[in-house]
Every structure is written in C-alpha cells, then in structure tokens.
Design a protein around this ligand. Structure first.
Ligand code: URA
Length: 278
C-alpha cells in the first residue's frame, strides 16, 4: 500500500489564504449537528413551541425539527420562564443575554444580538440569525444584507416604523442557517418580543424565519408576499405576518429585488389602509 503523499506546506498555506481572502472564517459540516436532540421527528416552532414538550404535531405539516431531549426541554422551559418574567424589552434583552440554553451561545459567538429600531414600531421584522458584523456590533442586520434592508425600508417609508430582531440571538458558526432546534429554544423570547412590541404586523425575512415562525413547510419563494396569521401560544394574540425574501439572497440574485419590493408594497398598503384598522 502506498503511503499518503506528504502535504505540500506552501500549497496548504496558499489555499488557506485564498479561503481567508474569500471570507471563510470557520470550518463546519454541511448540516448543523443538534447535539441536544436524540431522535428526529416533526415538531413545531415559535408560537406553538409549547407543544414541543407535549404530543408531536402532525407529520403532514411536513416541517422537520427535533423533539427535544430532556436537556433541551429544560432549556425551553427556562426560556419560557425567563421570557415571561421580562416586563419590557430592556429586561427581555438582559434575559436573553443571561440565557445559557441555546447551544449557539457556546459555538464561538461574541455576544447576544437582540434587536434594534423603534420599539413602538407597527412592524416587527424577524430575520434568521446574526452574522459576523452583527456578532461584532451586538445589533441585528448591520452588515451588507442589513444595509440593503435599511435602504429598502427607507425607500418604502418604513425606516421609523420597524423594530428588527431574529429567530436566534447568537451567530451560528460560519453564518450557517440556524437549525430548527436552535430556533425552537429561542422561540419563547421571540414570542415575548411580539407580546411586548404588540406590532400590527410581522415581516418575516428569509425562509428560515418564515418557516420557523409560521410552522410552514413551503420554501420562501412560495411563501413570500402572502399574508398568514401568527398566533401566540395562548391564542390571545393574532398578528398578520408577511414573509419576504432575505436581503442576502437579493445580493446574490439582484433580479429577485422586484419580488421583495412588491412584498414591501403589500406591507405598506396594509399598514396605511385607512378603512381597516388592525
Ligand atoms: N441576516 C439575518 O437574518 N439577520 C441578521 O441580523 C443579519 C443577517
């Protein structure tokens, strides 16, 4: 048997520096590994996250997450308790920062990233997860994608009418999409943010946010531009929710910007409709 060829050190250094120049700053597997879950089954997210410790939802929903292992179930219970105790957004931000139940907190994130914008806004924007710039700044959507989102909000007259947060509060390593299990454990905080802001509508930015918040299996290209009703766990609060395309996707596919623009017009049309208060 032939011995493996020795690594060419200069070639390896050159490849690493090529990757670094291209923005690669972490090595990770293609699919996130949920080390808390023991067996995969269908489970819902967010508003009905309470069902995660109850019976499994219908598989027909087609949305695959994980039934929490005991440690994750405890983390979700903790998140619910801490979220319920927070009486305002400042307290909620502090509760999130102190929460140790989301594994992402221990996978290289510098800090918790909660929210920015007008806390009295009529529109609560929910994105996917903080990226590198957000992790550094401690605020959501401040990188390239966030700047595009801000320009779109400005053009639609929405700048002061949005409060912006995410489905998870720590940067996933390598900017990967947050897993359903990570979103599930953060869901009580998302729900509490909705209760405290009491927005007239939700704008769900990107497929991972839309699927998690709405518990829908469809992709974002099918969901965007359509209104859905988000309901709180206790069914006391219902908020119309509009999924739209993620600005990071728009940076890669500029031709899709007109779809996202049409979504924002759908949002502002409903927001400014005089005859139907929400
Ligand atoms: N993408 C998101 O979904 N959220 C952020 O905060 C930044 C980038």
């Amino acid at each position: 048997m032939n011995a493996p060829a020795p690594l060419d050190r200069r070639a390896v250094e050159s490849l690493l520096s090529f990757w670094a120049d291209a923005g690669v700053d972490a090595a990770f597997e293609d699919a996130p590994v949920n080390r808390l879950a023991e067996r995969p089954v269908a489970a819902p997210l967010t508003a009905r996250a309470r069902t995660a410790t109850g019976p499994a939802p219908e598989a027909a929903q087609g949305f695959t997450a994980h039934v929490p292992a005991p440690a994750a179930a405890n983390a979700i219970a903790d998140a619910r308790r801490l979220a319920a105790e927070a009486q305002d957004l400042e307290a909620l931000a502090a509760a999130i920062a102190a929460f140790d139940g989301c594994p992402l907190k221990f996978e290289g994130a510098r800090q918790a990233v909660f929210a920015r914008g007008n806390p009295d806004a009529p529109v609560l924007v929910i994105g996917e997860a903080p990226g590198a710039e957000e992790d550094q700044a401690g605020q959501p959507f401040v990188g390239r994608a966030g700047k595009l989102l801000d320009r779109m909000f400005a053009a639609a007259g929405l700048t002061d009418r949005v409060y912006i947060t995410n489905t998870v509060y720590w940067r996933p390593p390598g900017n990967r999409t947050p897993s359903p299990a990570e979103q599930l454990v953060c869901a009580p905080f998302v729900e509490r943010a909705i209760a405290l802001v009491r927005p007239r509508m939700l704008l769900l930015v990107g497929g991972a946010a839309a699927k998690a918040v709405l518990q829908r299996p469809e992709g974002i290209l099918s969901l965007h531009g359509r209104w859905f009703d988000w309901r709180s766990s206790d069914e006391a609060q219902t908020v119309p929710a509009l999924p739209t395309l993620h600005p990071a996707f728009l940076l890669r596919q500029p031709a899709a910007k007109k779809k996202a623009w049409a979504d924002l017009l759908t949002l502002t049309e409903r927001l400014d409709r005089p005859d139907r208060p929400h």
